[in-house]
Design a protein around this ligand. Structure first.
Ligand code: CA
Length: 234
């Protein structure tokens, strides 16, 4: 029997929470709804969801506050939902330990992709975090060979610098998931990395020139404006 992953939908606007939960149940998940922050926190302990979809704009509590509290005792995957204009909230949520975000309004495909990615990454982290760093990652004509530290495009070796390879490797490891500029900077250049993203943007421009057919319309690494980068899913 197929395991139905439990998903807690935290959203005070009933029409939106209903849309999310019916989409989820039509696609084989087992959703539950919470309509306030307090209800969310108590349901997380009683219902034990596999993923939480958390709206940042709730009537009784700030979604970021819920996330902060949750992260003191749980690494449960959280996908935050917020309006298009609140880029800073998204970055803050990701830095507080949210796994991904959805921008309102969003469609069914985007919702399901984020949920799948969140579930996939919990499994790889909890089962064996080393697995994700070995073998190859393939998307379209692009192959990241983690053992040989190489990126191939249509079978040809792409000549990347060490840092360019590390950026591509990191995004590939978390494919489908957005990584913030700050997170990538910290992974590559350590906790004391400059908060200026200039070096990252320069590296990304070079990577795109080497791997994308049209760097202005990337098909492998997408820019999430004001937030970070996301690698296309396998
Ligand atoms: Ca709301």
């Amino acid at each position: 029997m197929k395991i139905r992953e439990k998903i807690l939908v935290v959203e005070d606007e009933k029409s939106i929470s209903h849309f999310i939960s019916s989409t989820l149940s039509n696609n084989g998940y087992d959703p539950m709804e919470a309509h306030s922050g307090k209800e969310a926190l108590s349901m997380i302990s009683s219902y034990c969801p596999d993923v939480v979809i958390l709206d940042l704009g709730l009537p009784d509590m700030d979604g970021l506050e819920i996330l902060r509290e949750l992260r003191t005792w749980s690494s449960l995957p959280v996908v935050v939902v917020s309006a298009r204009t609140h880029e800073r909230d998204k970055v803050e949520a990701l830095d507080l330990g949210a796994d991904d975000y959805l921008t309102k309004p969003f469609g069914t495909d985007e919702l399901l992709a984020r949920v799948r990615t969140a579930i996939r990454h919990t499994r790889t982290t909890s089962e064996n975090s080393e697995i994700a760093r070995q073998g190859t990652y393939t998307v379209g004509d692009l192959v990241i060979d983690y053992n040989k530290h190489q990126v191939l495009l249509g079978g040809e070796n792409v000549h990347l610098t060490v840092n360019e390879f590390r950026i591509v490797a990191l995004l590939g490891k978390f494919s489908g998931k957005v990584l913030t500029y700050a997170y990538i900077m910290k992974e590559l250049w350590g906790p004391r990395a400059d908060s200026d993203n200039q070096i990252l943007r320069v590296n990304m421009a070079n990577i795109r020139r080497k791997i994308e057919k049209n760097p202005a319309e990337p098909q492998y690494i997408f820019t999430e404006a004001g937030v970070g980068y996301r690698m296309a899913e396998e």
